[in-house]
Design a protein around this ligand. Sequence first.
Ligand SMILES: C[S@@+](CC[C@H](N)C(=O)[O-])C[C@H]1O[C@@H](n2cnc3c(N)ncnc32)[C@H](O)[C@@H]1O
Length: 413
Amino acid sequence: MSGQRIIAAQITYEVVFKKQSLSELFKQRLSENLAPEFKSAVKALCYDTIRHYLQLQDYWQQWVKKMPKDKLVRVILTQGLAEFYYQNKPEHVVVNEAANVAKKLKKRWACGLINATLRQALKNKTQQPSDEVARFEHPQWWINQLKKDWPSHWQSILQANNQKPPLWVRSKKPLEQATKHPSIDGAYIIDAQNITTNEDFNKGDLSVQDASAQLAAHILCPDDNEFILDMCAAPGGKTGHLLELNNSIKLDALELHENRAQKIYENLHRLKLNAKVIVGDGSQSDAWFSGQKYHKILLDAPCSASGIVRRQVDIKFQRKPEDLKAICQTQQELLFSAAKLLTTRGQLLYATCSVFKQENSQQIKLFLNSHPEFSEIKLKYPFAMNCEFGIQVITGSQDMDGFYYCYLQKNER
Ligand SMILES: C[S@@+](CC[C@H](N)C(=O)[O-])C[C@H]1O[C@@H](n2cnc3c(N)ncnc32)[C@H](O)[C@@H]1O
């Protein structure tokens, strides 16, 4: 069991202190020949530790005179508390194993400190977080941004971000044993499982997709023979859904990164569906646009991913407030480009998995200022909030990810 803890501590260290991507680290560190149970245990421990890092560190920090300079030792302490609070491991196991991990990682000198600190922290189980960052387990700038954007909902958004997400799927046939979404057709929550061994998944009858992401294809509601562009398509979740809803459409799936475009092929192959996959930059259409305008465009834009942090726990450590400026610039360029590629009376659906208004309603406001030929088609769902422009699914609403949509119509000038 120490082996799993050692790898988990090293991965968590890379995420928290080197801002590395968790999924990339899993790919590099968890090779194919490791047992599936071993890999699942490492992943679960990394998720629990990283998700609650800012609170758990605060708990043990209250019992040391000085913050240890060694960052790996900090991770070992935090991981120990994650095992206790989120994996129900007994106190003596947590303390002994944390010391073992320290020894194996050549931190024998820290064993006394780890032992004493964890024992103290575990003796005081009614400990309270010492500040807002520890209480809500997000960086201060993120908390402040949500307070500004969602004065009545910021706490519930942060709390939802800290929960383990359910496994949402899109299913072609009714699933008797699963929880059905009350109003999104085909969306179900199923029990956590290794989906790649699920028969329906391998047959293409089932796809993993949060219910809030499934709204995109339903809003676009593809009509027979329409020519549609999925402008930021990889890994192809929404590409596949659009074709499932209407296989007579002609669909271009554009993606900037070649390696990610490969994922669209893989997904479409599993679903036995076809689209034209194009590797290109949505904002530089001269390089790939055929000249035939689209009836509908889905712009599922690159974003901060602040609505899906419960799934991508590492983004709490990767994102910096200054990143938002560059992200918003790209979103605006993509919107401008999409506007040119759409037929008159065509529709453009702008979507992000963010809850920050500057990427959402404020982007649309800016876009409409310079594009008077566009008007909003109002959307209304019982589980979504109406914004100045578009709608916001607040993270956790009906157990869904945070998602933003604005549906626009291009009118004659
Ligand atoms: C939010 S993800 C799309 C998810 C996808 N629609 C789905 O449902 O599976 C955004 C995608 O846009 C791609 N992207 C980023 N900038 C782009 C650009 N300028 N042109 C085209 N694609 C871009 C990213 O590589 C990423 O794969």
